[in-house]
Design a protein around this ligand. Sequence first.
Ligand code: SF4
Length: 291
Amino acid sequence: MLQQTQVKTVIPYFNNFTKKFKTLKALSKSKEKDILKMWEGLGYYRRARNLLACSKKIVKNYNFKLPDTIDEITKLPGVGNYTGSALLGLIYNKPTIALDGNVKRVFSRYINVTENKINFDNFIQKNKKKLFNTKRNADFVEALMEFGALVCKPKDPICHTCCLNKTCKYFTSDNKINSLRKKMIKNKDYDIFCYINKKKQIALTKNNQIGFLKNFNLPKIKESNGFTKKQNWKFLKRYKNSISNLKLNINLYYKFSDQIPSMYNWYSLKENKEFVPSFTKKIFKQVSTLF
Ligand code: SF4
């Protein structure tokens, strides 16, 4: 839940989630639509699907126990090297480092070499005696990430009181590297076509191939090259929506109709028992202005 999401946003979701799914077994037996409903509003819904798939796999293939090697743990859905290393360190106290952006920045500054010039695996291997010189590996994994987030921050690192400042090359150098990462923003245009009816319903389908919302409930959606008039559709609005590093320009079209293509179902614009992603809810908001 915490990937790409702030702690204060996660807390109520985490509390509800762990209240409902008290054990791994309970989670593994749940339905995807229930998990997604509880995740509604938190975004990055692939995490929810992966969590469910992980719980099933751990129950079925690993006898209810999280694997304790990097080779096995990274066979779990959605678990790559970063998450796998974090779990092995935090849960099994293994000497690992979860290489997120914060940790990479700390290492990069400490030796005053830009991130793209560092082979981090080699770096860790070469320095493992210094890095793992206590038995508190779990604390170390967490501490390193927190250190990057709170002390060696992206902007204005707190060097003057930092415990590493005597040996840190970034602090002591007159020729400091530029350690600010540029966020790669991608712009994309999408046309969205909404079938709506007088009962204030909208037709949605899970049959879409849009990468960031694949198989989630959406109206008809297509990548486009900007706004153009569309035959048989009325133009409602052009608006922006951001998802992660994607900036989306949405051209919203609609038509009143009682007929909808197969694979589509009607959903209320107001309240739904089934999970509807925030991206689709924003469309609801725009379409609701027609009533
Ligand atoms: S001295 Fe500054 S740059 Fe170096 S590790 Fe500490 S906070 Fe980061």
